[in-house]
Write a protein that binds this ligand. Structure first.
Ligand SMILES: C[S@@+](CC[C@H](N)C(=O)[O-])C[C@H]1O[C@@H](n2cnc3c(N)ncnc32)[C@H](O)[C@@H]1O
Length: 727
């Protein structure tokens, strides 16, 4: 059996894996009837990806085993019914995961791949892009590659010729790839046929899974996975079959709990998860879907790049990259800026186009929170946890570099990467800051929209980081949700409910656990009655849970969206969009340090929300920090020196000219000084009454957080220089 190479997994379509073929059973069953070889062979052909031994936890051999085996991606599977709300999207679909093995036999599967997931909701980007839609709901590059590509690349009538060339170049590469892939598949299928011929088919039997009763009570067999991973996988499948049809397939006297416990154990052994995490993840899905989820975590997601529309158009970028030997195609109707990369002759992180900021390597799922945020031109946006800036730079592109984005991250090192991306991608409307997001809106508030792409456990990106399988503990799922709950309140309080164009908050995580998602959103709804959930505007995604393990969430939680690797071949993700419909009550939880200037009316209702948007400067903190800052005296000296040199160059006497100017300006300057001193006295009086901000800056703070900041700085500097003069 030919081992599958790393990058090839990225092109393959992915979906809920098929029920395992019983013919794969390697356990010797004395009483099992031999299966007709021919039939089995047929089935094996359609399920040629059904066997993939995966890492056994005990020897940390995830990678090794992965290479030895092969992913059990859906080749033929029952199509589970799509969730009612998922418009055109089927619930179980799929994607593209293996450049070597495009899905060639989807049977009755309703595919919704990366390139078939509804239409773009990024209206701003529609104009920018000249790609046509593939018009296909099923991605099957193996069988319809040429036709599909042609349709994809020939939408623009004006540039038909160019596109033909482009198409030819791309297709040529892809066809070669697909030929190779077909050859590999055939070899694999042949090998599997032979293997299957030696196996026993137990279809229709009640599978014997659990151990017999013994003196010490019932034991659950615990196979040594290193002995036979295939056997383990088969048992896993048998257990799932029993759980799906318990009445008919369960052994007499056995309970569901026993089979469930067996499945948990086998998942841990086969995929290498800690029991704690496997249990948590198993609880999210019906058994068959859980299996699909665990499977999908064994294969990487497709490599995707996002076109930076501040610098180029997607078609231009595609053409340039194709010329460099990159095989690619648009990721689908739902995005007008994404390109899926199948193979590249050049390192994608070092092409001239990359260095010039024409694109960023970004997982497809990371497009979604920004699409849900739907930033508008000229708005003020806060990206609370922004590093390394994939989403910030996307926001900047959608805003066409207008308005203002505050890109914040509490991690200074990560903020450096953020700054790098902002520069490389040419974002000119973005200010980077380095606070804990918990400090908002004290730092600044009144935003039109806030994105909180929260720090999380990463259970949606296990395919990228297998260490998550074992390194998450119960404590993580207490600490993280706690932080996320605090952060979401800060996000809400930082938004201007009266924003003419916005008033939205998007909360996202790359985790699939309920603790970090629905429970955080429910907490926000409980603590902030001034927000409600609204549609994300995303054309695909499963509904968030409204009930989970005895917990009941607000019905509007179904407006949130869940993304799974096995369903859409994207990283696991969660997205919720809130609309702020009123000011945050000043006595609300977590608000003490935030909207501390809010006033409660006598009847207890909120009269007015006045958010102090002025940065809090610690006592004794220097004005001129690492980011720069002004030294008026030093600047003045430099200006004067430059003026003198200039005059000397012109043959004039600097003393005479500057002296005369100074004398002329002396009288009015004195008046101005007096005025300024009077203003400062008033200002200082206000400061005493109010604490921090002078009245002028504070009034403006209500209207505009940024100018309030500079007003205060201006006022301080006036007071400073006034003081110096007095001395
Ligand atoms: C999921 S990542 C953000 C990814 C980013 N939005 C992007 O698209 O590139 C979460 C980020 O939250 C940051 N973070 C963690 N705790 C934070 C806090 N209290 N305040 C602000 N940022 C925080 C981490 O440093 C990390 O960069």
């Amino acid at each position: 059996m030919a081992p599958r190479k790393g990058p090839s997994n990225r092109m393959k379509k992915q979906g809920i894996p098929p029920p395992l073929d019983e013919s794969l059973v390697t356990r010797k069953r004395k009483d099992a009837p031999a299966a007709p070889v021919e039939e089995r062979g047929k089935k094996r052909r359609t399920e040629s990806k059904a066997v993939k031994p995966v890492a056994a936890a005990q020897n940390n051999s995830v990678k090794k085993n992965k290479e030895k085996g092969k992913p059990a991606n859906a080749k033929k599977k029952p199509a589970p019914p799509p969730p009612a709300s998922d418009e055109e999207i089927s619930s179980d679909e799929d994607g593209v995961d293996d450049p070597d093995v495009m899905d060639d036999n989807l049977g009755d599967v309703n595919v919704t791949g990366l390139d078939a997931l509804g239409s773009a909701s990024e209206s701003e980007e529609l104009d920018d892009d000249e790609f046509g839609d593939s018009g296909s709901d099923v991605v099957d590059s193996d069988t319809e590659n040429t036709g599909r590509k042609a349709a994809m690349w020939s939408d623009d009538e004006d540039e038909e010729d160019i596109e033909e060339k482009l198409t030819a170049a791309n297709i040529e590469g892809l066809s070669r790839k697909l030929d190779m892939q077909k050859a590999i598949e055939e070899a694999e299928a042949q090998a599997e046929l032979e293997e299957a011929a030696m196996q026993t088919n137990i279809a229709g039997d009640k599978p014997k899974i659990l151990d017999d009763e013994e003196e010490g009570g019932r034991r659950i067999t615990n196979l040594d996975t290193t002995q036979d991973l295939q056997l383990l996988r088969t048992r896993l499948n048998d257990t799932i079959r029993v759980l799906e049809d318990f009445k008919n397939l369960a052994e007499e006297g056995r309970s569901r709990v026993e089979y469930r416990a067996q499945m948990l154990k086998d998942v841990c052994s086969y995929y290498g998860y800690s029991e704690f995490l496997a249990d948590k993840l198993l609880n999210l899905f019906p058994p068959r879907e859980a299996f699909a989820f665990f499977e999908a975590n064994e294969t990487p997601r497709p490599i995707v790049i996002r076109t930076n529309t501040l610098r180029t158009h997607r078609r231009e970028l595609a053409q340039t990259l194709i010329n460099r030997g990159v095989q690619l195609e648009p990721i689908g109707k739902w995005s007008k800026v994404g390109l899926q990369i199948f193979e590249s002759q050049v390192p994608l992180g070092a092409t001239p186009e990359y260095l010039a900021g024409h694109y960023i390597l970004q997982a497809a799922s990371s497009f979604l929170p920004v699409m849900a945020l739907a930033p508008q031109e000229n708005e003020r946006i806060l990206d609370m946890a922004a590093a390394p800036g994939g989403k910030t730079t996307h926001i900047a592109a959608l805003m066409k570099n207008t308005g203002c984005i505050f890109a914040n991250d509490s991690n200074k090192d990560r903020a450096k990467g953020l700054i790098g991306n902002i520069h490389r991608l040419g974002c000119k409307n973005t200010i980077v800051c380095n606070y804990s997001a918990l400090e908002f809106p004290k730092v600044m508030g009144g935003f039109d929209r806030v994105l909180l792409d929260a720090p999380c456990s990463g259970t949606g990106v296990i395919a990228k980081d297998a260490s998550i399988k074992t390194n998450k503990t119960e404590a993580d799922f207490i600490k993280l949700p706690h932080l996320q709950k605090q952060l979401i309140l800060s996000a809400i309080d930082s938004v201007d409910h009266a924003s003419k164009t916005g008033g939205y908050i998007v909360y996202s995580t790359c985790s699939v656990t309920v603790e970090e998602n629905e429970q955080v959103v429910q907490y926000a709804l409980n603590k902030r009655p001034n927000v409600k959930l609204v549609e994300t505007g995303l054309t695909f995604g499963k509904e968030g849970f409204t009930r989970y393990m005895g917990k009941i969430f607000h019905p509007s939680l179904k407006l949130t969206r869940r993304y799974y690797p096995h369903a859409y071949n994207v990283d696991g993700f969660f997205i919720a969009k809130f609309k702020k419909i009123g000011p945050t009550p000043p006595n609300a939880v977590g608000v003490a340090n935030a909207t501390r200037h809010g006033k409660a009316a006598t009847n207890g209702a909120v009269e007015e929300e006045i958010v102090d948007k002025t940065p809090i400067v610690e006592d004794g903190e220097k004005d001129d920090d690492d980011f720069g800052g002004w030294d008026d005296e030093e600047d003045q000296k430099l200006i004067e020196r430059a003026q003198r040199s200039e005059l000397r160059r012109k043959g004039k006497n600097p003393k005479a000219v500057l002296g005369a100017k100074a004398a002329k300006a002396a009288k009015p300057e004195k008046k101005a000084d007096e005025k300024s001193e009077e203003k400062d006295r008033v200002s200082e009086k206000n400061d005493k009454q109010d604490g921090k901000v002078d009245s002028a800056a504070k009034t403006e703070a209500k209207a505009n957080g940024v100018s309030a900041k500079s007003k205060e700085a201006e006022s301080k500097s006036r007071r400073k220089s006034g003081g110096k003069k007095e001395k």
